[in-house]
Write a protein that binds this ligand. Sequence first.
Ligand code: DHK
Length: 188
Amino acid sequence: MVDAAPEVVASDTDDADIERPDRSCLHVANLPVRPRPDTIAEVSDLVLLLHGPNLNLLGEREPHIYGTDTLDDYVAFATAAADEHDLTIEAHQSNFEGELIQHVHGARGRCAAIIINPGAFTHYAWAIHDALAAFDGPVVEVHISNPNAREPWRHTSVIAPVATGSIVGFGKHGYDLAVRAVAAKLAG
Ligand code: DHK
């Protein structure tokens, strides 16, 4: 549930007789209000689980970093956790930014939450950032490794600012934690 926007009232210490322009746009309460994030949760148990580029190679790719579990294993971890919370995982992987964006768009009004490991798109894909910003519901960013402990270019996430929260560095346990975080958020 979104907290009510704090009321901000412009201070008014000048001469009351001076004609002023309409300053209502400075009033935070006048900003458009996005639908409550839990609106869809009331009718859907679907959680979209998205994986970005190269994550189809999990199990073969740099196992010293990403381990030996396959993408199917990760989806299975998430599904097992979701079962415990009466949630349903819908999983997709793509190496294409536009395809991931289409999945995010397709989740609008249909899925209760999104869990996303955007792969390297994490670090520069502003279009995924914007797509997620247009989704009303919890968004959890997950990374198998801890990007902050790796090369400097991985230290920036353009996804984090539009995520409800980020879980990094816990390998497969991150997916379990992500589902639990979503369940807790949806429960209010
Ligand atoms: C996966 C990737 O493919 C990288 O590009 C990210 C992330 C980290 C992960 O740890 O899951 O930098």
